[in-house]
Design a protein around this ligand. Structure first.
Ligand SMILES: [Zn+2]
Length: 187
């Protein structure tokens, strides 16, 4: 594919290496930087530029005005090549295994949470850049359905639950410390 970047290319490529490096597509978990410049805002701007680059390289040519939800899906699939999340295929022995004990040849994908956050940022950016809400391709039903599908699939394949952690922790069995056998206290 003509858009295929080299993994170790320098930062001057016009391709979205920020997706592959420095956790660009990793949803903002880092809170190391001061809140002076919003991490969300700068990430949104970078995402918007990346999408602009994607449109620019698109064959056949594609203008923003003609973008549909289907093109957003295409964009997300394109981004999968920069993904860093192992998603096991059903035939893999580690399917559903959250911590596989060995490597396998399953593909790396964009994690659902990253895509979900990305679409949210691009949806906002689209309207901030003059797009109309009614025609916002990032808000298309097909995009919502795709994201839900990805979430369910990755949840199964990785053995990871994406439910919000609202519930209380399940009661744990009383701890046993096999390495800490202590003699019973004298009466
Ligand atoms: Zn696997």
């Amino acid at each position: 594919m003509e858009l295929m970047p080299k993994a170790d290319e320098g930062p001057n490529s016009d391709l979205p290496e920020h997706f592959a490096a420095e956790g660009g597509l990793v949803s903002g978990a880092s809170s190391a930087s001061p809140p002076s410049l919003s991490r969300y805002e700068s990430q949104k701007r970078r995402d918007w530029n990346t999408f602009g680059q994607y449109l620019k390289h698109h064959r056949p040519p594609l203008s923003l005005a003609r973008c549909s939800g289907a093109h957003v899906l295409e964009f997300m699939r394109y981004l999968d090549q920069f993904g860093k999340t192992k998603v096991h295929v059903a035939a893999c022995p580690f399917f559903g295994h959250p911590c596989p004990p060995a490597p396998c040849s399953c593909p790396l994908r964009q994690a659902w949470g990253s895509l979900d956050a990305l679409v949210g940022r691009l949806r906002a950016a689209y309207e901030e850049n003059g797009g109309r809400q009614e025609t916002n391709p990032f808000g298309a039903r097909a995009v919502r359905l795709y994201l839900r599908e990805v979430r369910d699939l990755q949840s199964k394949a990785r053995g990871v639950s994406y439910e919000k952690k609202k519930r209380k922790k399940p009661p744990r069995p009383p701890p046993e410390h096999p390495n800490q056998h202590q003699p019973p206290l004298p009466p």
